[in-house]
Design a protein around this ligand. Structure first.
Ligand code: NAD
Ligand code: ZN
Ligand code: ZN
Length: 380
């Protein structure tokens, strides 16, 4: 089968690789209809992770069941499914308590709980930027979708960014009527903004410097804050009578940069502490890593990021972090899509065939104007 393979910094190619197949009775093989390129893939693409060359990428997958293992009960060939990016065993303590993103069993990497498809340090699993994908513990991991091809571009957001944006809002301690500032207007940040609006925020701000992303934020009724035009903290304080917002969502991650493009891993955390009110909450879904060999400072190379912890404590704020447990939200979000209450597909800017993936990566990585979210359709 054909698949997108990591070949080294800023190099991916479409290669012939061994077919995905049933390896365990609990497996399903999914024929991929849509698989997305994610901002998380760019950390690998830019050579800022330890991902090995030859890895098949892709953790945002959906498609149709092609083959089922003998122990699978709930799915059969032909079923349309969304595949959460997390791979859970379904029976460890974290899976049983709704934290499938920290499954203690599926990731053999020393010191790491939580597994995913096609991702650095998240276990030996191939990704789904390919014609087929092997899904372990399919009864636990897969989500059923209505048959047909309706809502394909909305449903494809259920594997990661829509639940992740929702989780960022959840981790912030959000309550109806809150004012929310989302840092990062990439796909995850825009999904956090979409989630906060659906959940009844009184006002949502989206901070970024990319005009196309800020335009999209405005289109869904959020207030854009352009950090290239002045200190975003001051802009947020000015817009909230000096009080600050109730909740903040971090949707940028450790490659946060200033308006000149220089990286400062602590920048967004500091901005959040300064712009969220006392006793307010911060949800961090932007990724931070325990080791970043490509970082510019020795501290950051070890994952140590000096940030305004003193101010954070003094303001009595709270913070939640980590990979999103997609399963906790994807059923409800699917039903909001079916009911027409959520339409995350508005974020899609490009739909490409698998062969065009290298081009898609390059444009999306350059944050080129208009390249907000790239979908690949392997069977097209
Ligand atoms: N926790 C999870 O489960 C999970 C899931 C998916 C993605 N992620 C992570 O979420 C983050 C965002 O993902 P994405 O797909 O939207 O990525 P992206 O790279 O497309 O978007 C990041 C955005 O942040 C903006 N940005 C950079 N510095 C900024 C600053 N100082 N202030 C405000 N905005 C700034 C960039 O201009 C860009 O638009 C990444 O770190 C990704 O790895 C986490
Ligand atoms: Zn993703
Ligand atoms: Zn588990």
């Amino acid at each position: 089968m054909k698949a997108v393979v990591y070949q080294g910094p800023r190099k991916v190619s479409v290669e012939e690789v061994p077919d995905a197949r049933i390896e365990d009775p609990n497996d399903v093989v999914v024929r991929i209809t849509t698989t997305n390129i994610c901002g998380s893939d760019l950390h690998m693409y830019e050579g800022r992770t330890g991902v090995e060359e030859g890895k098949v990428l892709g953790h945002e997958n959906m498609g149709v069941v092609e083959a089922v293992g003998d122990a699978v009960r709930q799915f059969k060939a032909g079923d349309r499914v969304s595949v959460p990016f997390n791979i859970g065993c379904g029976s460890c303590r974290n899976c049983l308590t709704g934290w499938s993103s920290f499954c203690t069993r599926m990731n053999p990497t020393e010191g790491m709980d939580g597994a995913a498809y096609g991702y650095a340090n998240m276990g030996p699993y191939d990704g789904g930027q390919a014609e087929y994908l092997r899904v372990p513990f399919a009864d636990f991991n897969l989500l059923s979708l209505p048959e047909g091809d309706e809502h394909e571009n909305d449903f494809t957001m259920l594997s990661d960014i829509f639940p992740t944006g929702w989780h960022g809002v959840e981790l912030s301690g959000f309550q109806v009527g809150d004012r929310v500032a989302v840092f990062g207007g990439g796909p995850v940040g825009l999904m956090a903004a979409h989630s906060a609006m659906i959940r009844g925020a009184s006002q949502v701000f989206v901070v970024d410097r990319q005009p196309d992303r800020l335009r999209l934020a405005e289109k869904i009724g959020a207030t854009p804050v352009d950090f290239s035009q002045g200190d975003p903290v001051q802009q947020l304080l000015d817009a909230t009578d000096g009080l600050g917002v109730d909740r903040g969502v971090e949707a940028v991650g450790y490659q946060a940069h200033d308006h000149s493009g220089e990286e400062h891993p602590e920048l967004v955390l500091d901005n959040l502490v300064a712009s969220v009110r006392t006793t307010g909450g911060i949800g961090v879904v932007g990724v931070y890593v325990p080791e970043d060999p490509g970082a510019s400072s020795d501290l950051a190379k070890e994952g140590r990021i000096p940030w305004q912890y003193g101010q954070f404590f003094t303001k009595g704020q709270s913070m939640g972090t980590g990979q999103a447990p997609v399963k906790r939200y994807n059923r409800q979000l699917r039903d909001l899509i079916v009911a027409g209450r959520a339409t995350p597909g508005w974020i899609v800017s490009h739909e490409l065939g698998l062969d065009e993936a290298p081009d898609g990566y390059a444009h999306f990585d350059a944050r080129e104007d208009g390249w907000t979210k790239v979908l690949l359709h392997p069977s097209a």
